[in-house]
Ligand binder design. Structure first.
Ligand code: XMP
Length: 310
């Protein structure tokens, strides 16, 4: 049986041994994996860890503030790097999902490399978990946090990678999070893809389209917060639909609402969301986001669908 307390003590010892008096950087997104890593590292090396929130312009509303407040409350060394323009420039004109991932990943690592240089760090901490390694080895999807796969040799940057969670699975990471005393908004946080809302904007990822997606996401998350789901999302379609606004034909955006149950994201089942909840989401989205004229619900399990649309 997995024993989180023992795991924590062992990791703290191992990290101290590996890092000595070196300096480490972690890109912390607020996800349970990177947050647990950051807190473990802080226990092990204190201020010699810098937790960096890279604001890529693709996060949900209020996410940067929530994550930084959490670190500051714990007196951790944390900073926000505003890189939204760089990410939007890199994503400009790209439609193809894996191309988007590639552009995101390249920008992510170029921003991170800059931060590592600025901080004079010699260790880069990554929240890689066992499932990331497995899915990448199987070639199911390129996860942005697997350096070897994208041909980056950290040593050529004078960097050593630290991956405290590489051996454990998500449910165990959550046990560690609870043992470390993380509040439920972090320990129980649903997965959110590394490339953020870019994963849920089909077609071109522009600031305007991401903002529509962000507002729809906020509504879907708020209206489904008491429904048990592994993930709950809004997705902005690439096509537009004919609708009616102010008595005239209007060509507007389409939002798909998707809630899935899953244990490990390998398979997933569409959630049977009550009709009145769906109608409330529909009403709110089409009223509060006038650019949207049509809301759909996604019925398909994984497989044959995936959880995200791209
Ligand atoms: P799919 O869409 O493949 O998603 O069924 C499985 C799980 O992985 C998440 N996901 C990602 N996470 N970078 C990530 O860090 C990505 O590019 C990415 N794509 C999908 C997805 O949210 C789900 O939990």
């Amino acid at each position: 049986m997995f024993e989180p307390e023992k795991f924590i003590q062992k990791q703290i010892r191992d990290i101290r041994e590996q890092i000595g008096d070196g300096k480490a950087v972690i890109a912390a997104s607020g996800g349970v994996d990177s947050t647990v890593c950051a807190v473990l590292m802080h226990h092990a090396v204190g201020d010699r860890l810098v937790a960096v929130f890279i604001d890529d312009g693709l996060m949900r509303e209020g996410e940067a503030e929530q994550v930084i407040n959490f670190f500051e409350e714990r007196n951790m060394n944390a900073r926000v790097v505003d890189a939204a323009d760089e990410f939007f420039d890199a994503l400009k004109g790209i439609n193809e999902p894996e191309e988007k991932r590639k552009a995101f990943r390249n920008t992510f690592y170029s921003v991170l490399a800059r931060v590592v240089r600025e901080e004079n760090a010699n260790y880069l901490v990554q929240g890689t978990i066992a499932a990331d390694v497995l899915e990448t080895v199987k070639g199911i999807k390129t996860q942005h946090n697997i350096l070897e796969q994208i041909g980056i040799d950290p040593e050529s940057y004078g960097l050593t990678i630290v991956e405290p969670l590489r051996e454990i699975y998500k449910d165990e990471v959550r046990e560690v999070a609870r043992s470390l005393g993380l509040p439920p908004e972090f320990s129980e946080r649903p997965p959110f893809p590394g490339p953020g809302l870019a994963t849920r904007v089909l077609g071109k990822v522009t600031p305007e389209r991401v903002e529509i997606e962000r507002r729809a996401t906020k509504i879907v998350e708020a209206e489904t917060s008491d429904i048990a789901a592994f993930q709950s999302m809004a997705v902005l379609m690439n096509d537009k639909a004919t609708g009616i606004r102010d008595g005239k034909r209007a060509y507007g955006y389409i939002i798909v609402v998707r809630l899935v149950k899953s244990v490990n994201a390998i398979t997933a089942e569409a959630v049977n969301v009550p009709w009145d909840v769906l109608k409330r989401i529909d009403k709110r989205i089409t009223t509060e986001i006038p650019e949207v004229v049509h809301v759909l619900y996604s019925l398909t399990d994984k497989p044959p669908a995936t959880i995200e649309f791209q």
